[in-house]
Ligand binder design. Structure first.
Ligand code: ADP
Length: 541
């Protein structure tokens, strides 16, 4: 027997309509790539998103077509998200931090019909254009007066939409229709496409609104530093529409001064970004003796959030840190560490220990850890294994079947992360499966070592990689970037690490380097470091 409730497809356009009807005057503002700032309301945004859909239709974009965006966080990017997906197209958010060849590869792979891009990327687009096989139109997200000179026939976004009426009514279709496409940064092989559906993004949005997740509501003023070109900006733009939250878009600006100014001027009370963004911000705040205004909470994820960062936000600035884990394949939220009744009575230090973990599984996702033979491992907070997830916003295969079958026989997706889960359900990433250091048959977590080394006051950033060792197979090499004018010897570092890590985890050597390479998504690039140190011989070898 079927239930007798209404079939109401879970479509992206429903979120926009909700914002337009229920929060028409709520403000959105942003810094523009062509300079200056911009301010309008959800009512304006919804109208312009409809005009965007009409303009794309007039360019012959059809249901199911992919349209690429190469844009910063901005109101225009948001209009494009809703305009493209709302009409049944697929918004392919392109990460501009990928290598140029990778960008050409993914645009060709997706067969994008139109490329909408911010003026910042015009030189890149001109360079790529001869390689782009499917792109029929280039739309630069500016007014006609800012249109760059070009050999391409570049259209002005503002001019295009000003020619439209905005009478478009969002079509209804199957909620399982594809609505968004985002490629993983391809640390191995070519990037692979994760194809989100209206349904998966809708359900993920309901999740994001919850108190134990991002807790976004109508009184929230958000600075989503996390980019809209990567993993749906953690679902924030959708959740903002669904709740009427204000957004301040930072556009092309990621420097602490600009971000801080936005936080203060726009009464931002919630923000989210990867740890590297906050490293710079905390430095800046201390240097200039500043506070964070009305900021209440920051979600930090994408890479492990170091303990000192959680402490600094909470102790110095009274801002709660919620540590999150996820990946492109998980839409991206998989787990989050908000306050939890089960651990409410613990001491401050113990709570901090827990906050360093990657949080508890969010409702709607199932999570387990398995050994290499596929056996589930105990949730004892110590045994670590392959982290596996499943749920309605977890990928079941990559776009165009790349990589073949990605689920095991019980439908679990192997995240490639190594983790343990404790009795309260807190998951802790101990490593990427390929970064774990295999010493004498045991695993050493490079992330734990990095966090402890980074807690040394002389250290700005730390990375640990496994180096070949004739007896142990691999042993850890610690690489550090130092704070300006600071110094630390290997002996001082080993003293600092003693008692903080298992004895046999102690790095065999330390090298001071000028810079730690990062991937397109802001993570330490272990691949580059391994390449750089491939001929390194450990003094213990
Ligand atoms: P990429 O395209 O680089 O794979 P993703 O954002 O999809 O970009 O990367 C997801 C990976 O990032 C996860 O599998 C995990 O290894 C890492 N990650 C995400 N959040 C955290 C976190 N809070 N702590 C540690 N690692 C994290």
């Amino acid at each position: 027997m079927l239930g007798l409730m209404q079939d109401w497809p879970l479509l992206i356009s429903k979120m926009l309509e909700h914002a337009e009807i229920n929060h028409p005057r709520r403000e959105l503002m942003g810094l523009l790539p062509e300079g200056g700032e911009f301010r309008y309301t959800y009512a304006d945004m919804a109208l312009r998103a409809r005009k965007c859909a009409e303009a794309l239709q007039s360019l012959d974009v059809k249901f199911g077509d992919c349209v690429a965006t190469l844009c910063w966080n901005s109101h225009r990017h948001m209009e494009a998200w809703f305009g493209i997906s709302g009409m049944g197209g697929v918004t392919h958010t392109v990460n501009p931090r990928l290598f140029a060849e990778q960008i050409a590869y993914i645009i060709n792979h997706a067969e994008d019909k139109v490329l909408m891009y911010d003026i910042t990327f015009h030189p890149l687009v001109e360079k790529l254009a001869p390689q782009l096989k499917s792109v029929r139109h280039y739309i630069c997200m500016v007014g006609k007066e800012h249109l760059p000179e070009s050999s391409l026939n570049v259209l002005s976004y503002e001019e295009l939409i000003s020619a439209e009426k905005g009478l478009y009514s969002w079509p209804e279709f199957d909620e399982n229709t594809a609505c968004g496409l985002c490629y993983t940064s391809g640390t191995t092989g070519n990037p692979k496409g994760v194809l989100y559906s209206h349904r998966s993004n809708f359900l993920h949005t309901l999740l994001v609104l919850g108190k134990d997740t991002l807790g976004i509501g109508s009184t929230t003023s958000i600075l989503p530093v996390v980019p809209m070109f990567h993993a749906n900006a953690w679902g924030i733009p959708f959740a903002a529409c669904a709740s009427g939250a204000k957004i301040a878009f930072n556009g092309p600006h990621h420097d602490p001064e600009t971000l801080h100014k936005l936080i203060i001027d726009e009464d931002v009370n919630f923000t989210a970004a990867v740890p590297t963004v906050w490293l710079g911000m905390l430095d800046y705040l201390v240097k200039h003796d500043l506070d964070l205004g009305k900021l209440e909470a920051v979600t930090i994820g994408g890479a492990a959030c170091p303990r000192f960062m959680i402490e600094a936000f909470q102790e110095k600035f009274g801002v709660r840190v919620n540590h999150a884990w996820g990946m492109t394949e998980t839409s991206p939220l998989g787990s989050l560490g908000t306050e939890n009744a089960a651990v409410a009575d613990l001491s401050k230090e113990e709570k901090l220990d827990i906050q360093c973990k990657q949080g508890r599984t969010v409702f709607g996702v199932e999570m387990t850890i398995k050994d290499d033979d596929g056996n589930e491992l105990p949730r004892d907070g110590e045994t670590s294994g392959r982290l596996m997830v499943r749920g309605p916003w977890i990928a079941k295969e990559y776009f165009r079947g790349d990589g073949g079958n990605i689920l095991d026989e019980n439908g679990w997706f192997d995240t490639g992360d190594v983790a343990c889960i404790d009795a309260h359900g807190y998951m802790q990433i101990t490593d990427r499966a390929k970064d774990v250091i295999k010493s004498g048959g045991e695993w050493i977590s490079s992330i734990d070592l990095e966090n402890e080394a980074a807690a040394h006051p002389a250290v700005k950033e730390a990375a640990v990689i496994g180096i070949f060792h004739p007896k142990w197979n691999e042993r850890p090499l610690l690489l550090v970037v130092l704070e300006d004018g600071a110094s630390v010897s290997f002996d001082e570092m080993t003293q600092h690490l003693t008692g903080r890590i298992a004895k046999w985890w102690m790095p065999d050597a330390m090298e001071v380097i000028d810079e730690i390479p990062h991937t397109a998504t802001g993570k330490i690039s272990k691949k580059d470091l391994r390449e750089q140190f491939k001929d390194y011989t450990l003094p213990t070898a």
